[in-house]
Write a protein that binds this ligand. Structure first.
Ligand code: ADP
Ligand code: MG
Length: 251
């Protein structure tokens, strides 16, 4: 369970302080996914950094499984926009990196799980290659493999698929859902795409322009349905969300 209560965040810059996030309250049950949509600069990445324990200066309460955010005690997977792969390590080493940092003993026991993950993500045969020798879609798969191998309490993804072309993006969204179904990891992802939010989010959170406040939380009735992208309900929900966003962001 992820819980954010009365979160207020301000940055200090050249002697003055400005508000970035205001009045954020959000709850996510274990194993749920949440998609966050918001205009540029409204504090989405800031919110993820708080959940990752990278930013610790804020007002309010943020807990993961009833504990304050403590990256040393909880396992938090974070996939940055550029995938966060190390160019000088091969694919197998990159996938193992998170777990190696977290727990060296676990790493030794995990060879079997590594192989399963490589297979599940369609990376078999690429283990010896280096990130520079992979396509964007393949690199994204490596980042997902690394994150899921960690079995995190919380997975955070900052605009994870935005650098991919439309077809690859759809394919990787399916890969994500496939792995998520198997491991049901609590996930928060930031996206600019309404379709992506409706496809991948149990919960969809719409943030207003800076300072970011929650305009609306939608419990997505379509989440997880097979082939939902081709259904009328999917188009209708996307249209409705677009309308809300358009009205909200033009205020
Ligand atoms: P988003 O991800 O929604 O585009 P960010 O969370 O990156 O927004 O940033 C929110 C606001 O805070 C922006 O105005 C940005 O310029 C500012 N900001 C981000 N990081 C810092 C920082 N370390 N110090 C000061 N201001 C920052
Ligand atoms: Mg951002």
């Amino acid at each position: 369970m992820i819980r954010i209560e009365q979160l207020h965040v301000a940055y200090e810059s050249r002697g003055s302080s400005y508000e970035v996030l205001k009045d954020i309250n959000l709850e996510l049950a274990a194993g749920e996914t949440c998609a966050i949509i918001g205009p540029s600069g409204c504090g989405k990445s800031t919110l993820l950094k708080i959940l990752a324990g990278i930013i610790t200066s804020y007002d309010g309460k943020v807990t993961i499984n009833r504990q304050p955010v403590m990256p040393k005690q909880q396992t938090i997977g974070f996939i940055p926009q550029n995938y966060g792969l190390l160019p000088w390590k091969n694919i197998a080493e990159n996938i193992r990196l998170g777990i190696k940092i977290k727990n060296k003993e676990e790493d030794k026991k995990n060879q079997g799980r590594l192989q399963d993950m490589v297979q599940l993500l369609g990376l078999s045969g690429l283990e010896e290659r280096y990130p520079g020798e992979l396509s964007g879609g393949q690199q994204q798969r490596v980042a997902l493999a690394r994150a899921f191998l960690l079995q995190p309490d919380l997975l955070l993804m900052d605009e994870p698929f935005s650098a991919l072309d439309a077809m690859t993006r759809e394919e990787i969204q399916n890969v994500f859902l496939q792995v998520w179904r198997k491991h049901s990891v609590s996930t928060i992802l930031v996206t600019h795409h309404v379709e992506e939010a409706v496809y991948l989010g149990h919960k969809i959170v719409i943030l207003s322009a800076a300072p970011g406040t929650i305009s609306k939380i939608v419990d997505n009735p379509l989440f997880g349905e097979e082939d939902i992208r081709n259904h009328q309900d999917f188009f209708e929900l996307c249209l409705e969300l677009r309308k809300i966003i358009k009205e909200d962001w033009s205020k």
